[in-house]
Design a protein around this ligand. Structure first.
Ligand code: HEC
Ligand code: HEC
Length: 306
């Protein structure tokens, strides 16, 4: 009978091997599938985060029919005119050749792959509060765009403001790269709202006044300014009753961010109109409510702008 025993052993061995093979196959297939799914999800999340962060509005020359994200939009500032660069995945003229590390350093630290400092007309000063995960989801989305060949245009800014190396000093004075921390005692909604406001939608880049060197004056956080970018008056959006939006309900703020209509039936003007059209109107109700709740939770500052 030894022959039968060997045969049974061999069969058992074969069965075990087949089972192992099957398990390995399924695991591999599953793994690859969920990786694809993860990449897809990251790209979808990236599209949402890209919209929230307003990259499109600045990096597209909408007025002159420019291609999406191919740059060339003129940004007028008190220091001169900045022209946004091409952030499509074109390998030569865009950011197609950038690594994840290059992208994080640019968006969160304001430093280019070749080591030069970006000007704060690029709001890396807010994006620095973004998580690496969110920033890389944005990169995943940008990499799915059609590459556009378009050379970057030099800025039209006069010295000393055009000297990139001077940014070294500016950064020392004004650049704070501590990660986002929710206000003390904030619940989940206010914490999310604060993250959206500070890191992604960068309301403070326009709504917080700047000193003569272009650094944000944190003592007037979101309290508005009479001389914003492009010479605009930017409203006080702290919950102060007389000078801010203390008399707006959370619902008023949410519906304004969707369609630009104010509680007094005035229409939104200027760059805020663009912010709503290109960015805020694309957010989920939950995120808009989080922003509104956060704005109602910050300290009111009496600061007259109009
Ligand atoms: C308020 C306008 C504005 C917004 C909003 C904005 N950018 Fe920019 N961005 C700029 C300007 C201006 C520069 C050029 C800065 C310089 O030359 O120093 C720039 C530069 C860059 C660069 C460097 C490109 C290169 O070739 O070196 C990248 C990458 C970039 N932006 C990505 C983004 C992403 C991603 C977003 C959204 C999360 C975004 N930007 C939102 C204005 C903006
Ligand atoms: C690119 C600059 C810019 C950014 C970014 C920006 N705003 Fe504005 N915002 C403005 C300007 C300019 C006005 C004044 C225009 C007006 O009142 O119609 C304004 C007006 C407003 C008003 C109307 C206030 C009033 O009393 O009439 C609200 C509310 C507001 N912004 C909220 C926000 C929020 C919330 C964010 C961030 C999610 C934000 N803004 C981001 C430029 C900006």
């Amino acid at each position: 009978m030894p022959g039968t025993v060997t045969k049974i052993r061999r069969e058992r061995f074969f069965l075990i091997r087949a089972a192992l093979f099957l398990i390995a196959g399924v695991t591999l297939y599953w793994g690859a599938g969920s990786h694809l799914l993860q990449a897809e999800e990251a790209a979808d999340r990236g599209a949402y985060l890209t919209a929230a962060s307003g990259c499109y509005g600045c990096h597209t020359d909408i007025k002159n029919g420019g291609k999406p994200f191919a740059g060339g939009r003129a940004l007028e500032t008190p220091f001169g005119i900045f022209y946004t660069p091409n952030i499509t995945p074109d390998a030569e003229t865009g950011i197609g050749g950038w690594s994840d590390a290059d992208f994080l350093k640019a968006v969160k630290q304001g430093i280019s792959p070749t080591g030069h400092y970006y000007f704060p007309a690029f709001p890396y000063t807010s994006y620095t509060k973004m998580t690496d995960e969110d920033a890389l989801a944005i990169k995943s989305h940008l990499m799915t765009l059609t590459p556009v060949m378009r050379e970057n245009q030099p800025h039209d800014v006069s010295p000393p403001f055009s000297w990139r190396w001077l940014q070294w000093g500016w950064r020392l004075l004004f650049f704070d790269d501590t990660p986002y921390a929710p206000p003390a005692g904030a619940g989940e909604t206010v914490a999310r709202g604060g993250y959206l406001v500070e890191a992604l939608t960068h309301c403070g880049e326009c709504h917080t006044p700047r000193n003569f060197l272009g650094g944000s004056d944190h003592s007037l956080y979101l309290a508005g300014t009479a001389n914003g970018g492009e010479g605009e008056k930017v409203a006080n959006i702290t919950p102060d009753d007389a000078t801010g939006i203390g008399d707006w309900s959370e619902g008023d703020i949410v519906s304004f961010m969707k369609d630009g209509m104010k509680p007094n039936f005035d229409d939104v003007q200027g760059s805020m109109d663009e912010v709503i059209r290109n960015s805020l109107s694309k957010l989920t109700d939950a995120d808009l409510e989080a922003i509104a709740r956060y704005l109602k939770s910050i300290p009111p500052i009496s600061h007259k702008v109009q």
